[in-house]
Design a protein around this ligand. Structure first.
Ligand SMILES: [Zn+2]
Ligand SMILES: [Zn+2]
Length: 373
């Protein structure tokens, strides 16, 4: 499940962050981690690079939209460097100047691989607890059946591209402040393939792939949480003209539970009791991941006190042991008492605030007098 970090997570902003939020977040990371300030610090350098990449995508509305829909691969595919540092505090001049020149490196192999895709899937808390298999309908580029992905009309082949004479690249020499720089650009005629189809397939117009919706089964392990990703290898977009398929990343969002909050592997239940229950103790049914369980709260339970139900939490997603469930008590002080109830309480508390001596039976009556929450 090793995967690039989410760009929003990298910058530490919400998905709906404004352009200003993004800029502020990036500026802060850039100030802290810029290589000029942290020489020989590989971690800072990696962080700077990661943040720069995230910002370059998210600060461009078009690429941001593409990223939101399809994830990392979609913005990398045609992207390359192209980081605009113009209004940032530190311009990385080498990236800006040479990014284009060196960006063509490895492009040919990479460009044939299909896109990695992102699919956002929402599941319930209970499904995250048990694990579940889900069916998802994924619309993606699939191999064209007419030409079997080759892009050539059946019975025809291809020929060497006249634009680049088969190399896939066009070289140009340009002057820059550093002197002459040779830039290699992808051949626009053949798109870097070096070969041209004699007669493109009429079904896919030579792409070798067509848009298609496919139903896939996704096995979700128990214990996943919001942000967990499941990679379905080879289930992304089909490659160009028979190239390798990309991967599909299913990104999970787990809905909130009606009663339980989650904190890593532990769950938390806030138990509201009235002051009589807290004072006298009680047996109370509470919700757990396995349904209702009766617990005993002892006499003299204080507001904010918590009880631990060992092993009642969420399972570890890697098949490890389960967390615990915490029951945090909130003592609810009654409001809108009737005159009679007030009179009883005054007897218990007295005017000094100290309880008077009362019999056990009296407390039983008090419990009945104050309706249970
Ligand atoms: Zn075709
Ligand atoms: Zn060419």
């Amino acid at each position: 499940m090793a995967v690039k970090r989410d760009y929003y997570e990298v910058l530490g902003v919400a998905r709906q962050a404004s352009a200003d939020d993004l800029k502020r977040a990036f500026r802060k990371i850039a100030m802290d981690s810029h290589p000029d300030r942290n020489p020989d610090d590989a971690i800072a350098a990696a962080r700077f690079k990661e943040a720069s990449e995230a910002y370059s995508v998210l600060s461009d509305p078009g690429r941001r939209r593409t990223y939101d829909m399809f994830g990392h691969a979609a913005v990398e595919a045609g992207g390359g460097p192209g980081v605009d540092f113009s209004d940032m505090p530190f311009g990385d001049i080498f990236d800006t100047f040479f990014g284009g020149a060196f960006g063509g490196r490895g492009r040919r192999e990479r460009s044939n691989r299909g896109d990695d895709l992102r699919y956002d899937l929402t599941i319930t808390f209970e499904e995250a607890f048990t694990g579940i298999e889900k069916q998802v309908d994924v619309t993606r580029l699939a191999n064209c059946e007419r030409c079997s992905g080759s892009g050539a009309e059946p019975g025809t082949g291809d020929e060497t591209c006249p634009g680049c004479r088969g190399s896939g690249q066009i070289r140009r020499q340009a002057q820059s402040i550093f002197g002459a720089v040779v830039t290699a650009a992808t051949c626009p005629t053949c798109g870097g393939a070096g070969r041209l189809l004699k007669s493109p397939c009429v079904q896919c117009r030579g792409q070798g792939r067509v848009q298609k919706t496919t139903r896939l089964a996704v096995r979700i392990p128990a214990g996943v949480d919001t942000g967990s990703q499941i990679r379905l290898s080879g289930e992304g977009g089909a490659g160009l003209r028979g190239g390798q398929s990309g991967d599909l990343y299913v990104v999970l969002r787990v809905k909130a539970h009606a009663h339980l909050a989650r904190h890593e592997q532990d769950t938390v239940y806030e138990l509201r009791v009235n002051m009589v229950q807290a004072a006298l103790g009680d047996r109370i049914e509470i919700p757990t991941l396995e349904g209702l369980v009766e617990i005993a709260i002892p006499a003299g339970t204080q507001n904010g006190q918590s009880f631990r139900l060992a092993g009642r939490g969420m399972p570890d997603v890697r098949g490890g042991r389960r967390g615990d469930q915490y029951v945090v008590v909130q003592v609810v002080i009654p409001k809108d008492l009737t005159a009679e109830q007030k009179a009883i309480l005054r007897k218990v508390g007295g005017l000094t605030g100290k309880p008077e001596k009362v019999s056990k039976g009296f407390f039983e009556k008090l419990r009945d007098a104050i309706s249970l929450d």
